[in-house]
Design a protein around this ligand. Sequence first.
Ligand code: URA
Length: 205
Amino acid sequence: MTDTRQMTLEQLEEAIYSCTLCPLHQGRTKAVPGEGPLSADVMFIGEGPGFHEDRQGRPFVGAAGKFLEELLASIGLTREQVYIANVVKCRPPGNRDPLPNELSACEPYLERQIQLIKPKVIVTLGRFSMGRYFPGASISKIHGQPKRVGNYLVIPMFHPAAALHQPKWRPLVEADFKKLPHYIAEAGHFGDDAPPPQAQQLSLF
Ligand code: URA
């Protein structure tokens, strides 16, 4: 693989489509790089492609995606206005959890996507993207609570699929989403020369 750190978004997508860095490439129909405008203020990071995503090469196009679109609509946003990515770009067999070697093989792609998009706010959906920023945390304790990590305001949220399976979480997800416009407005953009990523608890909100 060429160095992802120099790649444009288009080059990154091409590299992901032809990636063979971990065994997940063997079972994929299509890799799913992610999608959305380079200028997006908000980036959602899910887990990995499921059946429909693998077929279509697009993130969040199944039932969880439909719910995500409803949640976005509830705050006046469409999926075309946000960037949607996953921690792994190829579908794990049977939708199993991604393995550590798969997560680490895919990490440079996500890292470069974040660098290029420079979102104001990163919303983690589910355990694996939450783990990048809140290692060891429990989603039921920290959901909806933003933390400044370097240049970004990171907000952990329940995965929409989890909320579909666990109806008791649905109102919590809906309430967390309702707070998002406020955080986007407050987050502001921080330049490339901001201090290195360092997790600190926000007292701002
Ligand atoms: N679940 C995810 O985490 N990502 C997708 O793209 C689809 C479902």
